[in-house]
Design a protein around this ligand. Sequence first.
Ligand SMILES: Nc1ncnc2c1ncn2[C@@H]1O[C@H](COP(=O)(O)OP(=O)(O)O)[C@@H](O)[C@H]1O
Ligand SMILES: O=c1ccn([C@@H]2O[C@H](COP(=O)(O)O)[C@@H](O)[C@H]2O)c(=O)[nH]1
Length: 216
Amino acid sequence: MQSTKKPIILAISGASGSGKSLFTQNLQLTLEKHGQPVLVLQEDHYYKTQDHVPMEQRITTNYDHPDAFEHDLLSQHLQDLSNSKSIDYPSYCYKTHTRLKKAQKVEPSPIIIIEGIMLLTQIQLFDHFDFKVFVDTPLDVCLMRRMLRDTQERGRSLTSVATQYEQTVKPMYHKFIRPSKNFADLIVPHGGENFLAVDVLSAYLFKQRNGNTLDD
Ligand SMILES: Nc1ncnc2c1ncn2[C@@H]1O[C@H](COP(=O)(O)OP(=O)(O)O)[C@@H](O)[C@H]1O
Ligand SMILES: O=c1ccn([C@@H]2O[C@H](COP(=O)(O)O)[C@@H](O)[C@H]2O)c(=O)[nH]1
């Protein structure tokens, strides 16, 4: 039988390369190991479609500005999931800088984790969030991780990573993302492999959801 309880929604934010995705993955694995289903969503899937924009122009878009995202759609989807409705979850391609044609039908879950760079800059989304986390990793470490990841997985050259970093990623981090740390309920240092933070947060979420502790 489907639960009628509202899902717990956790937002995880921080700089690009701070380890949000890895931290989220580790949290999900820990909870699922204890039989607790978790749905993970990525704010990146809500980047606006750029089908109508020529490729030469897409590479100059500022992807580190809140306006690059369709936050209204994300808000609607969080509302729908809270009301036990499924959503058509968009997909995004970092290589072509636009949404894929096909959305994926996603069902609600008792715990939902959404991760992304701009989540804590969007005050209108806060009503959806039960808990807000900021992954706080030094920017030089974030840049190194991003260099490796974007050249290996996102089809970028070292030059394009460096140029984008100087032109938008770093200035927008200081303008939007860093100040949004003030809205966090919990700040997690070091990033994806902070297993103490993973254990503490998964135990908290499990107890909130089930009323008993992980070891009961
Ligand atoms: N604590 C860590 N130690 C080593 N590598 C890490 C750590 N956290 C993340 N990474 C790696 O750095 C890259 C960026 O991490 P990711 O979780 O994708 O960051 P974000 O989602 O914040 O952009 C990935 O390749 C990931 O595997
Ligand atoms: O088409 C795109 C869309 C996004 N980006 C960059 O991605 C990061 C956000 O993703 P993380 O997984 O948090 O790193 C953002 O900083 C954008 O600059 C892109 O380069 N191209």
